[in-house]
Design a protein around this ligand. Structure first.
Ligand SMILES: C[S@@+](CC[C@H](N)C(=O)[O-])C[C@H]1O[C@@H](n2cnc3c(N)ncnc32)[C@H](O)[C@@H]1O
Length: 217
């Protein structure tokens, strides 16, 4: 049962900026995360739910013909998402709703994926509850996310310094969330999670987690 009233506040200017940013920078960001994405997005079924797909950064990891139910509330992303889906032969079903309130029935999918999304949603715990709700028993959630640099004092200080302009520019994104702890405590039967550091000049973005959480069978 979903209790949130969460909605997405679209901002036309920053929305367009972010759509352009992820279109232009997507290849580079993907390159930074590629080894983990290859691992956690391997062996995906023919139909998946993707949270916050943006302009389709992860479609390159899907077989042509894959059906993607895209939970993407930002209208600025939709045109790029459709274009990228057509380019990769993806059958796109676009749901203009937030991850906190997914308009899918209980136990209706075997696979949910996300990259760089739990940092941006308003209520990450509620999104994880929704992931559990829509997954069938034994279903999997594959994620690649950037997180707080809790064990790296210098990076952590930089994250604190930039948190306001960062969140403003990237439409609510936080570089300070302890998503490892949140996912581990979200009630999955098992969580295979790797914490790692990437090396990019975008310093607040350099601490990541990737993994697969499995719902009880
Ligand atoms: C940093 S972008 C990442 C986009 C893409 N997944 C990628 O890896 O390039 C964050 C994405 O999450 C989406 N988003 C923001 N709030 C959301 C919410 N409450 N539910 C679902 N998606 C959301 C944004 O619209 C955006 O597409």
């Amino acid at each position: 049962m979903t209790t949130t009233t969460c909605t997405f506040q679209a901002n036309p200017v920053r929305g367009r900026f972010n759509a352009a940013f992820f279109t232009v920078m997507g290849g580079y960001l993907d390159w930074l995360m590629r080894s983990r994405k290859r691992r956690v997005f391997a062996d995906l079924p023919d139909e998946i739910v993707e949270l916050g797909p943006g302009v389709g950064a992860n479609f390159r990891y899907l077989r042509p013909g894959t059906r993607v139910i895209a939970v993407e509330p930002n209208p600025a992303m939709h045109a790029g998402l459709r274009t990228r889906a057509a380019r990769h032969g993806i059958t796109l079903e676009l749901h203009d709703v937030v991850g906190e309130r997914i308009d899918l029935p209980d136990a209706s999918t075997d696979m949910v994926v996300s990259s760089l999304v739990l940092c941006s949603v308003r209520e990450p715990a509620q999104v994880l509850a929704e992931v559990q709700r829509v997954l069938r028993p034994g279903g999997r959630y594959a994620f690649v996310e950037h997180v707080t640099a809790k064990d790296r004092p210098v990076l952590r200080r930089i994250q604190r310094l930039v948190r306001r302009p960062w969140a403003w520019t990237f439409e609510g994104c936080s570089c300070e969330r302890d998503l490892a702890q949140l996912i581990a405590g979200a009630g999955f039967a098992s969580v295979d999670l790797e914490e790692y550091r990437i090396h990019s000049p975008i310093l607040p973005f350099n601490t990541h987690v990737a993994g697969i959480a499995t719902k009880a069978a």
